[in-house]
Structure formats: C-alpha cells, structure tokens
Design a protein around this ligand. Structure first.
Ligand code: NAI
Length: 505
C-alpha cells in the first residue's frame, strides 16, 4: 500500500499548536490542506501564523519565496466542518477529551467518504476506544506527531484493535513521504515514547527526593556522562510540569496503578504550587530575569596519582583504562574481579548495589563506585559514590585518578545504581516490556526513542551493549535494595539472557 497521492485532500481539525504544525507539514509535502477549528477565526489565524514561520525560513535562506507562497496557498482555513467532505485523510488535533473526540469522529464518519482515513493525534487516549461505536472503526488510526510537528521527525502510527492493516500501512507510507520517521505501534497506554520515556523523568525525580544530589548536578550527569541532550529537570521545566505530570498520571492509571509508572510527589508539589517550568518563570530552576542557573557540584582532589592497577576484565568500563593510559597514567594489569586499584582506593562500576552493601558483601575496602557513561572515551563528567567506611584519603585518590582521565567528578549519595546506570537500566527494562507485549518491534522502539526524544542510543541497543546479564543484575539489585515491584526486571530480559538470545533480531 503506497502513500496517499499528492492530489489527495488532507483535512486537519484543531488549529492549536499541534494542528497548525501538522497542517504545515502536509502542505509542505504538496497536499491541499483544509484547516478547521470550532473557534471562529482560529483556523485563519493559524494559517497566518504558519505563513509567518515560513517567512522566517525564507529570511534564513532555507526556503525559496515562491515555495512559501505555494505552501500558504495550499492551506485553506474553513469555518464549517461540512467543508471537509472531500478529504481523503482527516487528522484531528482537538482537545484531549475522549467524549469530544468520539463525537467528532461520529460526525466525520457521516460527512466523509467511506475510504477516508480518520486519524487522531491523541497522545494518551486509546485508539480502540476512539473507534468504538463507529460504523467503520477500521478507518480510525493514531497519527501521533511530536511538538513542534514541523521539526520533530517521529510520528507514531497507532493501530487500534479494529484498525485495518492497510489503513495503518498507507498512513505509515504517507508520513514517510512527508519526510517524517514513522514507527508502527499498537494502542497501549503511552504508545511507545510516552511509555518507555517515563523512567527517564522518574529516576531523576526519585534521586532528588532521596537526596542523591541537587538538580543541576543530576542534570549535568545525564548530559555529560549519559549523552542525553538535556537532564530530566531542565527537560520537564521545558515541557511544563502540568503536562509531564498529567502524562505520567494517565499512563499510571491506564496500567491500573502499576508502580513502574508511579507519579512523583516532588513533581506534584511543583504543579500544586503553580511552578510549571519555563512558561511560569519557575520550575526546578528559576527563569526570572537575571536568574543564574546553578552549577553542578564537582569534587576537587588534593591527591596526586601517577599509576593504578586494573584487576581482571573491566567490561564496559574498559575504555576508561585506555583513557587513563592516553593521559599518561601508568596502568598495570593483574588477574582479578574487574576492579581498579589506586592508592588505598578500589574503584568499580556500579552493579546496582549500594556501595556500602557491596563493600561488605564482596569484602572490598575503601570502595568507590563509578557510574555508567555512554562512552567513557568522550564523557566529560562522571558520578561516584562511596561506602560509609571509605576513608577520605581513598576517596581523594579515586577522584584524582578520574580527574587524570580528564573527567569532572560529581559525588552522589550512596544510592543504588547511581544516576546514568539506573536510568538506562530502567529505560531498557520498560523498552523490553513494551517489546514483550508487542507494542512495537525492537527496531521501532529504539528508533522511536532516538527520533522522538533524542536519546543518544536506543534503550534496547544500550542494554545489549551493556550485556543483558549485567542489565538484569542491575535491575535485580535495584529491586532488592528497594523491595519494590517498580524495579522488577522484564521477563524478556530474563528470557533472552537465559537463552543467550538478543533483543534485536
Ligand atoms: P491546543 O489547545 O493548542 O489546540 C486545540 C485546538 O482544538 C484549539 O484551537 C481548540 O479551539 C480546538 N478544538 C477544541 N475542540 C474542538 C472541536 N470539537 N472541534 C474543532 N476544534 C476544536 O492543543 P494542542 O497542544 O495542539 O493538542 C491537540 C491534540 O494534540 C491533543 O489531542 C493533544 O493530546 C495532542 N498532542 C499534543 C502535543 C503537545 O505537545 N501539545 C504533542 C502530541 C500530541
């Protein structure tokens, strides 16, 4: 099934932020687009707004003036829904309310031709519920764009229980023809992105609540060690806490209160206070005129170190040894359990246990745990935590060694899995469960997280890079530490690890 023909008329209903963006995308791809909003004048206003946006592209030399004229000419604001009868595809982007959207779809079904595809841009409602009660539920499909639609590549094509495969396939091809990166998914709470991304926010919120470090330090670690574009606090400040909290609550409720998705009291408090982020001038950070963004904490060491000993196979931490060598540290090797010895200190990559617990269980003296980095060769910062009985001299020596590699070092309270490791393990866990439940293929899930929320690596590919056994062990240790079902490992991780199988085919 090919993409919709360029001559096919596209209708967009709802001329708000999303509807206007979607109309622009379709018009840029060559379709005539009718835009309708039940607020009189809103559609015409939106078209004028799009034309201004295109004008800015012309000024920057990214669009020819003739192209701007042609695109704007293809955008037709209409004031009556009856003007949409000849559409081949209707995309609704009206208020996020099941009853209102159902009523609209019922009306569209009587107005439009039987072959017309009825697409919804809903980010949280069930496509199956939206289509229930219609004569032709097979024509209803989710087409979930990301904000701002003209810039964000990802589009989730969401099949409800009754959606005809040919309809989903045609919309997939159409999104591709519009220059987007579509992924196929099923109508389950949060679809792919809004489900799999939940731990990204949740783990930072939890770390903050448990006194791991301040917001600026936790954000800096996700950026500088994890390779994420933004940390969770700056990102939720940007999204708006009302919006982000509402999505978490909706996914949590839709999964019957599964603790994996439990909303955060720290975020609720911000919402209750009206501290919604950038848009209200205050969220986790202040956006008041002249406000200074706080700096991330960084340890300073008094020690000088020239050499260290690598004991055994460091696994994913191995590139750190090479980076130390490149920076002039004398690194010798001997057999052992994957540890680095420097002065009095023992450094180890976290396995999800508390430093104090691991020091006792494994009989390690002066233990300093190191967090995960996306790439130890290029990371600029790393988190460490230490056991209660680690001496200040050993701590200093461990920090000095990491600084010799050119890393800034930030301390985290002794919490399981530090920052990047527990975030990545939980993202991979959710992605694995989504895969197990057929929400999308492994390739689609990873692609969605990279194209939709700019993750530096798909969570499933990341788990494979870390080793499924190691990822599983981290989750088991998190679950053991907290005793909560929130950290229970996905059965798929366990099964693939037991079978020596991969998550990606
Ligand atoms: P918005 O509030 O900016 O725009 C909604 C527009 O729909 C308004 O102009 C309103 O007048 C109009 N409208 C409301 N009821 C209508 C009806 N019965 N008939 C015709 N027009 C009607 O909302 P926004 O942010 O554009 O969201 C729209 C949809 O897109 C929602 O379903 C939302 O969940 C979804 N979405 C929003 C994203 C976002 O970041 N804002 C991202 C992805 C999806």
């Amino acid at each position: 099934m090919g993409a919709l023909d360029n001559n096919a008329l596209v209708a967009v209903i709802g001329a708000g932020a999303m509807g206007a963006g979607i109309a622009q995308v379709a018009a840029q791809a060559g379709h005539t687009v009718k835009l309708y909003d039940n607020r009189p004048g809103a559609a015409a206003q939106a078209v004028a707004g799009i034309d201004r946006q295109l004008g800015r592209l012309v000024e920057k030399g990214r669009l020819q003036p003739e192209a701007r004229e042609a695109i704007t000419a293809r955008l037709q604001p209409v004031e009556a829904i009856e003007a949409l009868t000849d559409a081949c595809l209707v995309i609704e982007a009206i208020v996020e309310n099941l009853q209102v959207k159902q009523a609209l779809l019922l009306q569209l079904e009587t107005l439009c031709a039987p072959h017309c595809i009825l697409a919804s841009n809903t980010s949280s409602l069930s496509i199956t519920s939206l289509a229930a009660g219609l004569q032709r539920p097979q024509q209803v499909v989710g087409m979930h764009f990301f904000n701002p639609a003209p810039l964000m590549a990802l589009v989730e094509i969401v099949r409800g229980l009754a959606t005809a495969p040919a309809v989903a396939a045609q919309l997939y091809e159409t999104a591709k023809a519009w220059g987007k990166q579509p992924v196929q998914t099923r109508s389950t709470p949060g679809f792919i992105v809004n489900r799999v991304a939940r731990p990204f926010y949740a783990e930072s919120l939890r770390l903050l609540q448990e006194g791991a470090a301040d917001c600026a330090t936790l954000d800096a670690l996700l950026r500088d060690a994890g390779g994420f574009r933004m940390g969770a606090f700056e990102l939720t400040d940007l999204i708006g806490h009302d919006v982000n909290y509402a999505v978490t609550c909706s996914v949590f409720d839709a999964f019957y209160g599964d603790f994996r998705f439990q909303p955060s009291l720290a975020q609720k408090e911000l919402v209750d206070a009206g501290r919604l982020g950038r848009k209200s001038g205050q969220g986790f950070y202040s956006y008041a005129e002249g406000a200074q963004r706080p700096h991330a904490d960084e340890l300073q060491s008094q020690a000088t170190v020239e050499c260290c000993v690598v004991e055994g196979n460091l696994g994913v931490l191995q590139p750190l040894a090479e980076r130390l060598r490149d920076n002039g540290v004398a690194v010798s090797e001997r057999a052992g359990l994957g540890l680095i010895q420097v002065g009095d200190a023992t450094l180890a990559l976290s396995d999800g246990r508390l430093a104090s617990q691991r020091a006792r269980e494994d009989g390690l003296r002066n233990l300093v745990l190191v967090d995960l980095a996306l790439d130890y060769r290029s990371a600029s910062r790393i988190a460490v935590s230490w056991s209660a009985d680690t001496t200040s001299l050993a701590r200093d020596q461990a920090v000095a060694l990491l600084q010799r590699a050119g890393l800034r070092v930030s301390a985290i309270a002794d919490l399981p899995g530090l920052v990047v490791l527990r975030t990545v393990a939980m993202l991979a866990n959710e992605a694995a469960d989504a895969l197990l439940q057929g929400v999308g293929s492994a390739a689609n899930i990873d692609l969605a997280m990279c194209a939709g929320v700019n993750y530096p690596l798909g969570p499933l590919a990341w788990a494979e890079q870390l080793g499924l056994g190691y990822t599983l062990r981290v989750l088991e240790n998190l679950q053991r530490s907290y005793g909560e079902s929130r950290y229970r490992p996905s059965l798929l991780l366990r099964r693939c690890d037991a079978q020596g199988a991969r998550l990606h085919e």
